[in-house]
Design a protein around this ligand. Structure first.
Ligand SMILES: Cc1cc2nc3c(=O)[nH]c(=O)nc-3n(C[C@H](O)[C@H](O)[C@H](O)COP(=O)(O)OP(=O)(O)OC[C@H]3O[C@@H](n4cnc5c(N)ncnc54)[C@H](O)[C@@H]3O)c2cc1C
Length: 217
C-alpha cells in the first residue's frame, strides 16, 4: 500500500526527503516558516506532524515553548514470520491480542505483544518462545516451517486509543496526525481525508471533534 501511495505522490509532483530527521523548526509570530533537516532548511507553508510514537518527543525537543503536547507513548509490538507454504492457513485468526495472518505468498505472521518499554525496539527470546507457543498451539503444522523473521515495532499509543487529527491550537500552520495505536494503516485514508478538510477549511468528512487537542484521548 505504501509503495503504491509513494509512486502516486511522486507522479503528482511531490518531493520526498527520506532518512532526513527534522532537527528544528523556525518559528516566527506563531507560525512555522521553515524546517531544519541537516544540511537542508526547507521553507514551509503548512506542516503536518505525523511522527507516530515520536510525536510527543518531537514537540518536547524541537518546540519547547509549546504547552499543548499530544500525549502519545510508544507501545512495543513483537512479531514472528513463518516461511510457510500457500494454503497452510486460509483465514486470519484473531485471539484476544494475538493473531495469525496468512500472506498471499504463504508466509504467516504471528503477533503480537503489547509492551510499554519506551523507545526500545529490541526483541527477546522469552517473547519469541511465547509467540511461537501460541502460534503452534493454534496451528500445529507451523512446527514444520522455519521462523525467518522476529522483529518489533513501536505503536503510537494514547490513553483511550483515540488519535490526534487536527490543527495545533498554538501554532497557526501546524497540524498533527498521530496516535493511531494498533490501527494506523486501517485508519490512514480517513485520517488523511479529515486532516486535509481541516487544513483547507472545508466541512469535515466526519465529525472532527473527538480528535482535536481539546478532547480526551
Ligand atoms: C506489531 C504491530 C502490528 C501492527 N499491526 C497493524 C495492523 O494490522 N493494522 C493497522 O492498521 N495497524 C497496525 N499496527 C499499527 C501501525 O503500525 C501504526 O498505527 C502506524 O504505523 C502509525 O503510523 P504513523 O505514520 O502515525 O507512525 P509511524 O509508522 O511510526 O511513522 C512515524 C515516522 O516518523 C518518523 N520520525 C520520528 N521523528 C522524526 C523526526 N524528528 N524527523 C523526521 N521523521 C521522524 C519515524 O522515523 C517514523 O518513520 C501495528 C503495529 C505493530 C507494532
Amino acid at each position: 500500500m505504501l509503495q503504491s501511495l509513494k509512486q502516486d505522490l511522486i507522479q503528482k509532483g511531490c518531493q520526498f526527503y527520506e532518512h532526513q530527521p527534522i532537527t528544528g523548526f523556525d518559528l516566527k509570530a506563531g507560525r512555522i516558516t521553515g524546517l531544519a533537516s541537516h544540511p537542508l532548511t526547507i521553507p514551509v507553508n503548512q506542516v503536518v506532524l505525523a511522527s507516530g510514537a515520536w510525536t510527543g518527543q518531537v514537540f518536547r525537543e524541537l518546540l519547547p515553548a509549546v504547552t499543548q503536547i499530544p500525549a502519545i507513548k510508544p507501545v512495543k509490538g513483537q512479531m514472528l514470520l513463518y516461511d510457510a507454504q500457500p494454503e497452510t492457513l486460509a483465514f486470519m485468526v484473531l485471539d484476544g491480542d494475538h493473531y495469525l495472518i496468512p500472506r498471499r505468498d504463504g508466509k504467516i505472521l504471528a503477533g503480537s505483544t503489547v509492551e510499554l518499554a519506551g523507545f526500545d525496539k529490541s526483541t527477546s527470546t522469552t517473547t519469541f518462545d511465547r509467540l511461537n507457543g501460541f502460534a503452534q498451539q493454534l496451528l500445529p503444522s507451523l512446527k514444520h516451517y522455519p521462523i525467518t523473521h522476529h522483529w518489533a515495532g513501536l505503536r503510537p499509543g494514547t490513553d483511550q486509543g483515540i488519535p490526534y487529527i487536527g490543527r495545533h491550537p498554538e501554532i497557526s500552520n501546524l497540524s498533527v496526525n498521530a496516535g493511531h495505536f494498533r490501527n494506523g494503516l486501517v485508519m490512514a485514508p480517513a485520517s488523511a481525508k479529515l486532516l486535509v478538510d481541516l487544513v483547507l477549511g472545508r466541512p469535515p468528512c466526519i465529525a472532527a471533534e473527538p480528535y482535536q487537542f481539546s478532547s480526551p484521548h
